[in-house]
Design a binder for this molecule. Structure first.
Ligand code: SF4
Length: 500
């Protein structure tokens, strides 16, 4: 297989509208404008985003291997890539990887372009199990650019990951979805979009786009949110817990962002009211009796447990499917009735299946009595159930752990509000408010999504110093998660004993 070219993200091609920019413009014109006029405001790529790019890079050669006749267009420079493509087509090649075209100010590359008797098939590889609208939009742009370059397109397909594929048999790793009809429909809107995007990219004043809960956070947080939302107060109509997007947007459309401007007849659930009142009165709202009642259900020794898990696109252990989740690390602090705290942990450090050694370590350190405190019960329960399914001989021990789970997040959600939580109950938000001396700030891993990325970096590096560095960072991060729960537990105990 020839060497892989750089990904789109790495290719300098500001003068062309790329498929990535087309997609961003289709999502939000202001985002497209920011990318063009204020690229310096783009935050650096997070570890978890990098992992997504790396997975795409790893999947491409597997997809290409299904087209042995394929010829790779490997130029990084867009103009050279276009010339290489023309030459390969003139030479009579019937299958091209990364074929490049430009027209109407746009530049596109097709993952796979395969000739048939009617023209050319565009096949786009996606590291996903299902069709998403963004894939179709990008295909519509590609189809339009090929049309206007006088390249007849006979069909458009998505090459997706197959849910039925089970390691180690990769013969059915991909499924092909013909999306020609849907893409044909979307293609009709491409000329107008290109014109709009061209105007937007050249204007000096930012387009007037109203911010939105979904618009700016889905499918992922917009990289320009910090700049774009600078005028929004830290507690706003958007941070009201569980507020629906249309409700928040309707308020924003009326220019209502501050909680103090909420209309008197605006309907709030009891927990939303607690939050709003806590902010307006600038004081915590703590239901001490309810917390006391919840804490009374805990039994010593109290275990504070957290897993880190990975779900790689390409399965790597026997019997695994695409994107199947497995744990590779846990941290567990154990609090005894006399106040003594001990710490136990497991981090898998090689490329073998981590589940059994992790499970055996876990069972050696979790007592058969006492509560298991977690932060977001559904995740830990899912991991434990998955382990029980894979290792039925441990079902009864795992079932006992599942039955003793106690969710600290739920208690905070229901009974503890603070203006500085800003509507969030994530551990990273709650910890510095409740336990100011303890924080994630000094850590390189900032969120759970980064941990699998770092774990894979640790496994893949051959540099021992690097390996050690990632190892220590993973241990520090997971340990802090459970230490945070121990300290929050102490705060809850203390607050619950205050008079109401
Ligand atoms: S934060 Fe929202 S409105 Fe602002 S550029 Fe991003 S998507 Fe558009």
């Amino acid at each position: 297989m020839p060497a892989q070219p750089l990904s789109f993200q790495n290719v300098p091609m500001l003068s062309y509208l790329t498929t990535a920019k087309y997609l961003n413009g289709s999502h939000c014109l202001k985002r497209l404008w920011y990318e063009e006029k204020h690229p310096e405001k783009t935050p650096s790529i997070s570890l978890s985003q990098q992992r997504i790019f790396d997975q795409r890079k790893a999947v491409k050669p597997l997809a290409y291997s299904q087209f042995p006749e394929g010829v790779l267009i490997d130029a990084e420079d867009p103009d050279v890539a276009v010339r290489q493509t023309k030459t390969a087509m003139r030479r009579g090649e019937s299958c091209l990887f990364n074929a490049a075209f430009r027209s109407n100010g746009a530049f596109v590359q097709c993952d796979i372009l395969q000739k048939d008797e009617k023209g050319w098939h565009i096949i786009e590889i996606r590291v996903a199990k299902r069709i998403k609208k963004e894939y179709l939009l990008n295909l519509a742009l590609r189809m339009y650019i090929l049309d206007t370059s006088d390249i007849p397109v006979s069909a458009t397909q998505l090459m997706l990951l197959n849910e039925a594929c089970v390691y180690p048999d990769f013969s059915n790793l991909f499924v092909f979805e013909d999306v020609t009809d849907k893409v044909n429909l979307l293609k009709q809107g491409v000329p107008d979009s290109l014109q709009t995007f061209k105007t937007t990219r050249h204007r000096d004043i930012e387009p007037n786009v109203l911010i939105g809960k979904n618009l700016c956070n889905r499918p992922y947080r917009c990289p320009f949110k910090t700049s774009c939302w600078a005028f929004v107060p830290k507690n706003s109509v958007f941070t009201i817990p569980k507020i629906k997007d249309p409700e928040a947007t309707a308020l924003a459309e009326k220019g209502i962002f501050h909680l103090s401007d909420l209309p008197a007849d605006f309907s709030l659930t009891p927990s939303q009211s607690t939050y709003v009142n806590s902010v307006l009165e600038n004081r915590p709202a703590i239901n001490r009796a309810a917390i006391r009642e919840e804490l009374a259900n805990l039994q010593y020794p109290i275990h504070f447990l957290d897993f880190e898990a990975d779900r790689p696109a390409i399965p790597r252990f026997k019997g695994f499917k695409v994107y199947e989740e497995f744990p590779f690390q846990y941290s567990c602090h154990v609090l005894q009735a006399d106040g003594v705290v001990t710490h136990h942990e497991y981090l898998h450090t090689d490329i073998t299946d981590p589940r059994l050694p992790l499970l055996q370590s876990l069972l050696a350190h979790i007592s058969d009595r006492g509560s298991i405190v977690v932060y977001n019960l559904s995740f830990e329960r899912r991991i434990l159930r998955g382990l029980a399914e894979s290792f039925p001989e441990y079902t009864s021990a795992l079932q006992s752990i599942i039955e003793r789970l106690w969710d600290q997040l739920t208690v905070l959600r229901k009974h503890y509000e603070h203006p500085d939580f800003c509507g969030s109950k994530s551990l990273k938000t709650v910890l510095p408010v409740l336990v100011p001396w303890l924080s994630y700030e000094a850590l390189d891993i900032q969120e759970g999504g980064d941990a699998p990325a770092v774990w894979n970096m640790m496994l893949s590096t051959t540099n021992e110093t690097e390996k050690q560095k990632w190892n220590q960072r993973l241990r520090a991060y997971c340990k802090l998660d459970t230490l945070a729960m121990v300290e929050i537990h102490k705060v809850l105990q203390e607050k619950s004993t205050y008079p109401a």
